[in-house]
Ligand binder design. Structure first.
Ligand SMILES: [Zn+2]
Ligand SMILES: [Zn+2]
Length: 294
């Protein structure tokens, strides 16, 4: 344990919900001075913390970005849903450490290909300690579904299973961005922000979650910087627009009304969650985001 790590019994967090808003560019979220497209997060920000220097420093596509945010490792995996991460996820480490049943961990994604986050190649964990998953229209290789369905399924599972570690993917605004649908892209940011607001309200209304839940919002990647290649339509290289993403967190152990300017990246999220929930994450390469913790 390094000097900065407090004793492991200081955290109030018992549950963590991690939301990936797929492919929102920082300039449309916290980098937009008016915060006009994320009014719900803006309203919650007085109770939470943001990082202004948060990045995907790995490969800026969907599977790699989510992989980094769940395994704590930047690695190259296929973006088609046929290749599992090499390293175990926080789901697997959590279940193993806590002897938790599968339905205490849920992976709920609009994009079917993100079922890959439910397992790994590493032979010490492959096929073991997997979370429950609900991905795409009807599971792997059945297509993307509406975010409204993902949101409804999330609330349903929170009500019935009371999971303690949940990862959610909303396909917007990425899906509309790739379609070069400017209005859809903007509306996708607004709509996912509304789901996040409703999700936090639900968590505060449920005695199982109220006061003991940390909600984290990030993106798997951004999109090309305006003026570079086709701008907001695509992503996948190392430009600032693709790498610069958001980090917002709110919960009992998160500083309130706090803006961190320290540089962090996606692999730091699972490490931080493992610290808050007190389980080991030995293969994660990230660091605990002490700057946003109380
Ligand atoms: Zn994506
Ligand atoms: Zn780019």
């Amino acid at each position: 344990m390094c000097k900065k790590d407090p004793p492991l019994d200081v955290y109030k967090t018992k549950h963590v919900i991690l939301v990936f808003v797929d492919g929102a560019r920082y300039t449309e979220t916290w980098g937009n001075g008016e915060l006009a497209l994320i009014p719900n997060r803006a309203a919650l920000s007085t109770q939470g913390a943001i990082c202004t220097e948060f990045y995907n420093l790995g490969i800026t596509n969907t599977c790699c970005g989510h992989d980094a945010g769940c395994t704590g490792v930047n690695e190259a995996i296929s973006n088609n849903g046929y290749q599992l991460p090499n390293w175990p996820s926080m789901f697997q480490y959590y279940r193993k450490a806590k002897n938790a049943p599968a339905n205490k961990t849920w992976l709920i994604t609009s994009k079917d290909k993100l079922h890959v986050l439910s397992d790994c190649v590493d032979t010490t964990m492959a096929g073991m300690f997997r979370p429950m998953f609900d991905c795409g229209i009807n599971g792997p290789f059945t297509g993307y579904r509406d975010d409204s369905t993902t949101f409804a399924r999330t609330i349903q599972k929170l009500q019935t299973d009371k999971p303690d570690l949940v990862v959610i993917n909303f396909k917007e605004p990425d899906a509309s961005g790739h379609a070069a649908d400017t209005i859809g892209y903007v509306n996708g940011i607004i709509a996912t922000d509304a789901y996040i607001g409703q999700l936090w309200s639900y968590l505060q209304s449920d005695p199982y979650y109220a006061g003991t839940t940390t909600l984290i919002v990030t993106n798997d990647h951004g999109r090309h910087t305006a003026g570079w290649l086709d701008g907001y339509v695509s992503h996948g290289d190392g430009c600032v627009g693709c790498r610069h993403i958001e980090f917002f967190a709110i919960g009992p152990d998160i500083k309130q009304n706090y803006t961190s300017t320290e540089q962090y990246e996606l692999v730091d999220i699972p490490k931080t969650i493992s610290q808050l929930m007190m389980f080991p994450m030995p293969t994660g390469t990230g660091r605990v985001m002490h700057d946003v913790l109380k």
